[in-house]
Design a protein around this ligand. Structure first.
Ligand code: GUN
Ligand code: ZN
Length: 429
């Protein structure tokens, strides 16, 4: 057992922040030897319950749950900041050429390490990431994540049409490969498999149907795709699948909506789409830096809350412009202010934070496992230095309450705030 003392941020089951100015979190193995939070709360109360446990003290620092990135593309690490007139030319000119290189397992392994280093530096301890259509890109990623003892999810991208040579696969073989990868990796250590049709326009009916069958056969795998991101994309999807009521409804028709189904973007939705998300238990991965960068539009936070479906925050690197959860939370705040409805919403800082930690975990079907520091959670956390820069030191010292403190960190923060990232047993950063 090991205990860590600092200011402590957690969330209750209603998503409200719990803050102990002088807190203590006790970490130790469960019956299966996996490191979990055993106790958390004020130093005075928790230390008294665990008098023998050695304490590491980080004065002036904040311990907070590791961030959860609900949607990112590890093979797009090198194309952050590639300019384009929108999603479809961006895919054609930058994304597909970059992903073609992941046929080479050496390249895939090298980028996986760079990507995981970058997540750790930014305090992201779990992500649901796209790989590429090459099965070896999945092996490379899982091998790297397993060595670091991380909780990570990925899957082979399915795209058997409207895709160039080099990334295009074939329906039958793609489904065989996916099932082999599920058997090889799903629920091994802290790894999880995601059935990953890129988006409806790049899959045939046969491939989507097969993906839905796999999703039914392996009900605790994830489903990971994109929907309703860009107006040209929506028009294209509607032309290709005229029988569906909406773009989102295409996925429903192939059995690709259920708990642990995660759809990136979900911008161009109506209320029937929002109800379909709610009724199927599917979740949106809101990716505001990507939406701003590619000019896709703004997620409708008011609509999502009014209907009441699950969503959380995501970077969507390389469409997104930053690995930093602080940058993503800031962009989500801007997107909320702009909104699709007028007037826009002002998302409270603690809710932005929840949407990138415990709320994202809930949307992924991992509530009580990651994204929080309540007893029973896996002990992945960050140590934040609220004096990391002169201006942040000044602003955080002036904060009159928790919301002001969190807002100062979100507005001014970046990777410099993350003094260390602690992964269950392994220490990094
Ligand atoms: N839609 C289909 N593929 C992609 C992708 O790689 N990035 C984004 N942002 N949208 C997509
Ligand atoms: Zn994406």
């Amino acid at each position: 057992m090991q205990a860590y003392r600092a200011s402590l941020l957690r969330f209750d089951s209603a998503g409200q922040p719990v803050h102990d100015e002088d807190g203590l979190v006790v970490v130790g193995p469960d019956a299966n030897g996996r490191q979990r939070v055993q106790d958390a709360g004020t130093y005075a109360a928790v230390a008294a319950r665990h008098p023998q446990v050695p304490v590491t003290h980080w004065p002036g620092r904040i311990i907070a749950p590791g961030f959860v990135d609900m949607h990112i593309h590890y093979p797009q690490t090198d194309i952050i900041g590639a300019p384009a007139d929108g999603l479809l030319p961006w895919l054609e000119n930058y994304t597909f050429p970059a992903e073609t290189r992941f046929a080479d397992p050496v390249h895939a392994a090298e980028v996986a390490e760079v990507f995981l280093d970058e997540l750790m530096r930014n305090g992201v301890t779990t992500s649901l990431t796209f790989a590429t259509s090459h099965p070896q890109s999945v092996d490379a990623f899982f091998e790297a994540a397993q060595r670091r003892r991380l909780r990570m999810m990925t899957g082979k991208v399915l795209q058997d049409r409207h895709s160039p040579d080099g990334v295009r696969d074939k329906a039958e073989q793609s489904l065989i490969d996916s099932e082999q990868l599920i058997r090889k990796w799903h629920n091994v250590d802290r790894l999880g498999y995601a059935i990953t049709p890129r988006f409806a326009p790049t899959s045939t009916d046969a491939q989507l149907r097969g993906a839905g069958e796999l999703a039914a056969k392996y009900p605790d795998t994830w489903i990971h795709s994109h929907v309703a991101e860009n107006r040209d994309e929506v028009r294209w999807a509607r032309e290709l699948f005229p029988q569906a009521r909406s773009y989102l409804d295409i996925y429903a028709g192939f059995g690709l909506m259920r708990e642990r189904a995660v759809y990136a973007h979900c911008i161009h939705f109506d209320d029937d789409d929002r109800r379909l998300m709610r009724e199927t238990g599917s979740a949106a991965a809101v990716s505001p830096t990507s939406n701003l960068f590619l000019g896709s539009g703004f997620f409708d936070f008011e609509g999502a809350d009014r209907i009441g479906y699950r969503y959380g925050l995501a970077s969507d690197v390389g469409g997104g412009t930053s690995f930093s959860p602080f940058t993503t939370m800031m962009a989500a705040y801007y997107a909320g202010r702009e909104g699709q409805t007028k007037p826009g919403v002002s998302i409270p800082p603690s809710q932005l934070w929840w949407r990138h930690t415990a709320g994202a975990a809930r949307a992924l079907g991992l509530e009580g496992v990651i994204g929080n520091l309540q007893p029973g959670c896996e002990a992945d956390f960050v140590v934040i230095d609220p004096k990391a820069t002169p201006l942040i030191a000044r602003k955080t010292a002036l904060a009159a309450n928790l919301e002001e403190l969190l807002f100062a960190l979100i507005v001014l923060g970046d990777d410099r705030l993350i003094e260390r990232t602690v992964i269950s047993q392994a220490l990094a950063g």
